[in-house]
Every structure is written in structure tokens, then in C-alpha cells.
Design a binder for this molecule. Sequence first.
Ligand SMILES: [Zn+2]
Length: 271
Amino acid sequence: MPELPEVETTLQGISPHIKKQRVNKVIIRQPKLRWPIPADLPQLIEQQILTSLSRRAKYLLLHFNTGTLLIHLGMSGSIRIIAAGTVAAKHDHFELEFTHQKSIRLTDPRRFGAVLWLGKEPYQHPLLSKLGPEPLSTSLTGDYLYQKSKDKKVSIKQFIMNQVIVTGIGNIYCAEALFLAGISPTRAAGNISLKRYQILVAQIKKTLDLAIAQGGTSLRDFVGSDGKPGYFKQELSVYGRTGLPCKQCNKALTEIKQAQRTTVYCTHCQT
Ligand SMILES: [Zn+2]
């Protein structure tokens, strides 16, 4: 599933190609994504200039003078830049064609992604209005998490994956940051010291920054109709390594389920 670094890399990959360009045509081949793509989208953005692009949590936001378009990659979505008129494949559900003959195309085999019109007050939309601070912003600090965690019995894993507490930390980067901070994913959020939260926040930022930097090397993958999406394999310490030796102590890593999601960790190094 695309996580925050993939979405940020997508943003950085597509922006230079389409920013300040005029939309020529909205092409909706399959409107049934997680929610229906609004049928009046052509009237709203055709012949409008895409003034800027941004990211909030795992949502891509395309800003026009008439309002903001939200794109979410869901479980399996990806966006590429292609030449306008390139023949569409089976899962190419949505496309914005610009007047300079480039298009952005959303491919999403499982159709859990979304294309939604948020109007002129995008941050008031229910999908965005309740989100916590961005993990890479200065608003996320150890002190912030420590204050929010007081008396919380929920596990630290579920606590930092709660989008109201902090946005955009998915299963992979949560597992990595907890490992690097030496914190057990099962520990109650309210039972972690300020000092440990400071270490955890530093590791969250470091892990995400590194993933974005590694993704940056594959930006060229966003261009060309036959290139793979720019998601990247990277050196992960715990995620996907159940039973393999811990990189710090060599003991086998343990897998558990927390809120129906897999967690891999080292019972020796993470306490
Ligand atoms: Zn270990």
C-alpha cells in the first residue's frame, strides 16, 4: 500500500510536469472507485489552470481557482505522467489531460483509491478536517505525543497510527520507527516517558526522510507509459522480516496481530 513517502515522492515526481498547466480534458473511464468520481468534474476543472499541488497525510491535493481536487492512491493506486492520447490499459480509471499534451493517469487495480472534489474550503472536508499534525512538520514533537498519550491504555503502535494523533504513519514506518527507538509495539502509550517519545519522534522523522530520499532516486519512473510506479524497495529492519534475525541482536523477530494488522518486532531489543 502506498504510504506517506510514496505519496510525497509521487507529488515531487508529477509536480514539475503539470504545475501551472491548463487542463484540457477530464477523462473518467471508471467512476466507481472507493467513492464515485463526481460526474461534474469536467465542468469544474476543464480549461482551468492547476495553480499548485500539495500533500496532506496520504492525500494528493490539486489546487485550482475553482477549488481543490483530492486524489488518494488507496491500496494499489499509482499515478504516472504520460503523453496525452496514450492507449489506456484495463486499470487506468482516471486521467487529466493538459493542453501541453501531457496527462496524469491514475491506475488502480483494486479501486480503493479516490478522486474527490473538495471545493474552495478543502481543509473543512471531513476527510481532512480531523487529521493530526504532519509527521515531518515541526508540530510533531516528543512533547506533543507525550501530552496526548497521558492515561492512554491503547498500544503505542495503534496510538501513532491513529490519524487524529498524527497523520500518515502507516504500518511499515510505524514498525521501523518503533524498532529504531527500542520501544515495544505492545507497550501502552500512556506508559512511555517523555524522553522515549523524543527518541521515537526523531526516528519517525528519520525513517520517513530516508524513504523519501530513496524514492527520489526513482522519480524518472513516473514518466513513460510502461514504467513501473515509483514505489521503492528499501532496507527495512523489521517489516516483512518475521522469523529472520534481528539486525541488532540476531534473535528471531516475532510477528503478532494488533487491530487486525501484522506487527513484526524484536522482543529482546524492544521493551
Ligand atoms: Zn533484537
